[in-house]
Every structure is written in C-alpha cells, then in structure tokens.
Design a binder for this molecule. Sequence first.
Ligand code: PMV
Length: 322
Amino acid sequence: MKITVSAPGKLMLFGEHAVVYGRPCIVTAVGQRMKITVELTDDSMFQLNAPDVSVINYQKPMSQLGQGNIPKGAKFVEIAVLNFLKKQRIKKGLKITTKSEFNSQFGFGSSSASTVCVIKALSELFGKKLSNKQLFDLAYKTVLDIQGKGSGFDVAATVFGGTLYYITPGKVIESLNIDSLPLIVGYSGLKFDTVTLVNQVSKLAEKYPQVIENVYSQIEKLVEQAKIALVSKDWVTLGELMNFNEGLLSILGVEGKKLADMIYGAREAGAYGAKLSGAGIGDCMIAIATDDTTQAVKAGITKAGGQIIDVETNAEGVKVER
Ligand code: PMV
C-alpha cells in the first residue's frame, strides 16, 4: 500500500500582502514539483525522510503525532497527517518520503506543496476521496495551525494548478484561461520570514490605517486590470501594472535593496515591467519581456546579483503519479 503524489510550486504574480486583507491576488503554479511517497506499514510508527529540508529518519509512534518537539522541516507533513486522521485511529504506521524538484529557499511554497501532497496521498490510500475544495480547506487549515497567518493563495495554487484569481480564505478560486506567459524569474539568494513581513506590514497599517487601506485598494484595482491583461495577452499593460504593484509594495516597506536592484536591472534592459513576488525582501522577482529582450533582461537581473530560474508557469495541480 504505497502511493506517490506530486504538486506544483507557486509564484505570486500580483496582489501579495493585500490578499491577506481580503483583496484579490493572481498566482501561477510552477512546473517544478514536490513529490511525496506515502506507504502504509504494520508497525504503528510515523517515519519521515525529507532530505531537502534536512529531515533524515525522523520517527515517532503514531499515537504521539503533533506532540513534543517537531523539527521545522517535519511540521507541515506531521500536522497534515494529524489533521487528516483527526477522528480516526489507525493501527497502521506511515512511512513518508519527500523529494522536491526546487530549492526550498526559492519561496516556491514547499511547505504548502508538501501539506497538499500528504493529504492527497492519505485520502487516496484510505479511499476517502476528497474534492479539490475539501483538500484545499484541510491543507489551508494545516498551514494556519502552524503559521497562524496566510491567505492560502499558495495552497490554492498547489491544489488547483494553472493560474488563479484568488480571494482568501478560498472565497473565490477562479482559474484563468492562459496558455502563455513570457515570465522571467530571478532569485535573490536572500531569505526572509513571510510571517515576520506580514506582521511588519500589519504594524504599519495600525499606525497609518488610512494610507495603508488606500494602498490595498489600489492593489485591488490593479489586480482586476491585470486579470484582463493576462487573459488578453496584453504584455505591455501587464508590465506597467507590475511596475505599479511594485511601487505600492515599496510603500508597504517590503521591496528590499537587492530585489529593487534586480527589478531595475530588468527594466533598464527593456522589460515591460518587473516586481517582487511573494512576501518581499528576499526570494524571487519576476519580469515580463518580449522574446527580443529576454536575453538582455536576464543579463540585467544577473548583473544585479540575481540568479535566473527557468520556470514553466501555469502548471498542473496536485496529482497521483502513475
Ligand atoms: O512569501 P510567500 O511567497 O509565501 O508569499 C507571501 C504572500 C503574502 O501575501 C505576503 C502572504 C500570504 O499568505 O498571502
């Protein structure tokens, strides 16, 4: 009794931070995937190997799930199992192995992807078929149990795949009909904690409620326009809206010098537009450019110290591997 499930990573295109406060965002699923194999065993033990996040041969009795000191890299998988099994006691054990096609430092959402994979795998193994929305709800609950905060946009992307227009907490999950997106992705090499940045922005909003509410409203408006530009492949407008979005993120204090340098590097090399993607300060930036300028834009980002990551966007959501 063994199953392998895979799920995509994600990249936020528009609307980060404002999405935490009920505004819409646009997110795309990326081709690099998280793969998780779950095996039912006869020894009532929970065993986890997640070498990408330095978890090797972590084990405990199934009856102690969620208790004691849980290593950071094991939390999402362990709590996902606990949340799935909540009302049912099982005599079996579980042996889980995770393998990621992307570096967990990129900010592609390895925690959400592993949470979703584990719940999907367990639902298949126990013959308890969940709809994508039920899977989303349980995975999002798991993320909130651990992090306390988050809009769930990453969970939606990894469950449903494609490119989504999303409103928290899954109030709207709309699949956008997109077949191409000339996106360039640059990794900053810097890591900054998402929840810390969300808290930082919320402090700013406490001090300047009207200013920050206004920023969120502007972001909401540009997300609505970006949705139309994306579907109609109006890359010029999409680029301009990226630049607007970046300006507003800069007001929120999450731009960071390294990302700003990479973004300016992309723009000066001819990109239609560029912005950070995700919580900010670290992780990745994205740019939109024509075929003619792609090479120059990549060089501009590299010159500013960024690393180009080849990313397929609009990828398929969670699935059982055959
Ligand atoms: O840092 P990331 O890639 O997980 O993105 C965070 C996006 C925020 O809007 C800041 C938080 C959220 O949960 O939506």
